[in-house]
Design a protein around this ligand. Structure first.
Ligand code: UT7
Length: 322
């Protein structure tokens, strides 16, 4: 049996930071409201001309180095993003060029905040079927480019960043199972209704930005993620007691808290980075994972529960032994 294991992780955040105090100067909000309702204190923002691929390159090089591999060992690139550099080629191909990799399949996945879970699930299947040995899986975003910085209901939530893992073939168990879902009936609750490149008029009219009915999204997210905990544990024949770490999508500390409770995990077993990163969409889970791996919290052999929920709606989970 071939398994896929996380061989290395990496992440990168742009230098520029907007604190809640900065946002107080931009829209009618307060640090107190943002902290109470979301848990967010600051978010990183890409510099002028800094692209999703730029952030991803740093995260990818760090992940490849952590895996003890070279770029020539990578034989698959799966790149989750909602904010690609260009309409085409895919950001995966742009990254492949930067890394100097020639030949292996490279493609983007668009599942908004669930993108990394979708990407790792796909890479896992390539490895388990023997089609790849070392897959580079990235979640990277420059969401600040599709945020309406005059809309206090959304602009306080999002940030930019990148996270990456190298998934390698192994004879020891790594990824136990992944579970992916989508339900397009909810598209109107969270969307960017116009294409940025194709419709510049829409940009001027403020339609090519993130629109979200936050309260409704919150309710569906909590219920849906609660259900995926049961689905994932049942599929693996595991219970809450078997999980060492929850590495959740970082949208809102209250959603994360509800999930930790559902898994009966004490708060010190839940990786929370939303206070420092905001919601970085597809980058949020690999950023949180790399943070907890590099600060020594997550150790080899521990069982991790990864989950995400986002526009579409899409949602998913990955259960794995690190
Ligand atoms: O990653 C993809 C998935 N996304 C999510 O999971 C996000 C899910 N939703 C949420 O996290 C929360 O719904 C939000 C953080 C977006 C909003 O929190 P909430 O507790 O649901 O607030 P609300 O939308 O119910 O708004 C409460 C009040 C409203 O005022 P009224 O109508 O009660 O007078 C808003 O206008 O807070 C007001 N408000 C603000 N006040 C100060 C909304 N945004 C702000 C703001 N500063 N930035």
């Amino acid at each position: 049996m071939i398994y896929s294991r996380i061989a290395g992780t990496g992440s990168f955040l742009p230098e520029k930071v907007y604190t809640n105090a900065d946002l107080e100067r931009m829209v009618d909000t307060t640090d107190e409201w943002i902290t109470d309702r979301t848990g967010i204190k600051k978010r990183h923002i890409a510099g002028e001309g800094e692209t999703t691929c730029d952030l991803a390159e740093h995260a990818s090089r760090a992940a490849i180095e952590a895996a003890g591999l070279g770029v020539d060992d990578i034989d698959l690139i799966v790149f989750a993003t909602t904010t690609p550099d260009q309409v085409f080629p895919s950001t995966a191909c742009l990254l492949q060029k930067r890394l100097g990799i020639h030949g292996p399949a490279a493609f983007d996945i668009q599942a908004v905040c669930s993108g990394f879970i979708y990407a790792i699930s796909i890479a896992d299947k390539f490895i388990k079927t023997g089609s790849a040995k070392n897959a580079l899986v990235i979640g990277a975003e420059t969401l600040s480019r599709i945020v309406d910085w005059t809309d206090r209901e959304t602009c306080i939530l999002f940030g930019d960043g990148a996270g990456a893992v190298v998934l390698s073939a192994s004879d020891k168990p790594g990824i136990i199972s992944t579970h992916l879902h989508a339900d397009g009936q909810y598209e109107s609750l969270l969307n960017v209704p116009k294409g940025i490149v194709s419709d510049y008029e829409a940009v001027k009219q403020g339609e090519a930005f993130i629109h979200m009915k936050g309260r409704e999204v919150f309710k569906v997210a909590v219920n849906t993620l609660g259900r995926i905990v049961d689905e994932t544990l049942d599929a693996a024949g595991m219970t809450q007691a078997d999980i060492d770490w929850l590495v959740p999508h970082q949208a809102n500390v209250r959603i994360i808290g509800a999930l930790g409770k559902k898994l009966s995990l004490p708060s010190e077993r839940v990786v929370v980075t939303v206070q420092d990163h905001g919601n970085t969409s597809a980058a949020s889970v690999p950023l949180a994972l790399d943070t907890a791996v590099r600060d020594g919290r997550i150790q080899r052999g521990e069982t991790l529960f990864l989950e995400a929920f986002g526009g579409g709606f899409t949602w998913g989970s990955a259960l794995l032994i690190y």
